[in-house]
Design a protein around this ligand. Structure first.
Ligand SMILES: Nc1ncnc2c1ncn2[C@@H]1O[C@H](COP(=O)(O)OP(=O)(O)OP(=O)(O)O)[C@@H](O)[C@H]1O
Ligand SMILES: [Mg+2]
Length: 164
């Protein structure tokens, strides 16, 4: 494991707007082909983060939890596909055509741990932890070269600008 793969960067959020702000401020660093694996318990802020991501990408349309539709697609500066694997088995998840979505743009996957380990070869993994009623911690790890580059972008984000 390279040193960058071992590294992780944690940030705090005190309100849903702040979690959205973290997503919005990461958006400018994203390119087609990027994979974001979002982990953490129910209600920890994964969808909230994607709402900010969509705003930062200039995507139109509200971000709903895709739990029932499974896949929610949005067009902005870069195409964004938002997927929730909560109700799916590993086998069902592999049949969704996620590789094709990833080729078209940014792929953000809630319950990303349901994917086969190979998906973690080049990805940014964000783990959400519930610290209190409105307190959350986002721990970010980079996997592979692109994951490492995105981790550096995340490290450089200015906490004061996250509400922007
Ligand atoms: N700091 C915070 N960041 C994000 N959400 C927060 C925060 N504080 C409170 N919340 C609340 O927690 C909930 C987070 O919901 P969200 O749908 O984003 O979770 P999720 O991780 O996507 O859950 P699921 O696994 O069910 O899809 C919302 O009701 C939100 O208002
Ligand atoms: Mg969700």
């Amino acid at each position: 494991m390279s040193p960058s793969e071992a590294a992780s960067v944690a940030r705090r959020s005190a309100a849903p707007e702040e979690t959205e702000g973290w997503g919005a401020s990461l958006a400018p660093a994203l390119e087609a082909g990027d994979l974001l694996l979002l982990r953490g318990p129910l209600g920890s802020g994964k969808t909230c983060f994607v709402t900010g991501l969509a705003r930062g990408l200039g995507a139109r349309g509200r971000v709903r939890s895709p739990s029932f539709g499974l896949i929610h697609e949005m067009n902005g500066r870069v195409f964004l596909a938002h997927v929730d694997l909560y109700r799916l088995s590993e086998r069902e998840a592999e049949r969704l055509g996620l590789e094709e979505l990833r080729e078209r743009g940014v792929l953000a996957v809630e319950w990303g741990e349901r994917l086969l380990p190979a998906w973690r070869d080049d990805a940014l993994e964000i783990t959400f932890r519930i610290l209190g009623p409105t307190a959350r911690e986002l721990t970010v790890r980079g996997h592979g070269p692109r994951g490492a580059a995105l981790l550096e972008a995340w490290r450089a984000l200015d906490p004061a600008a996250r509400g922007a």
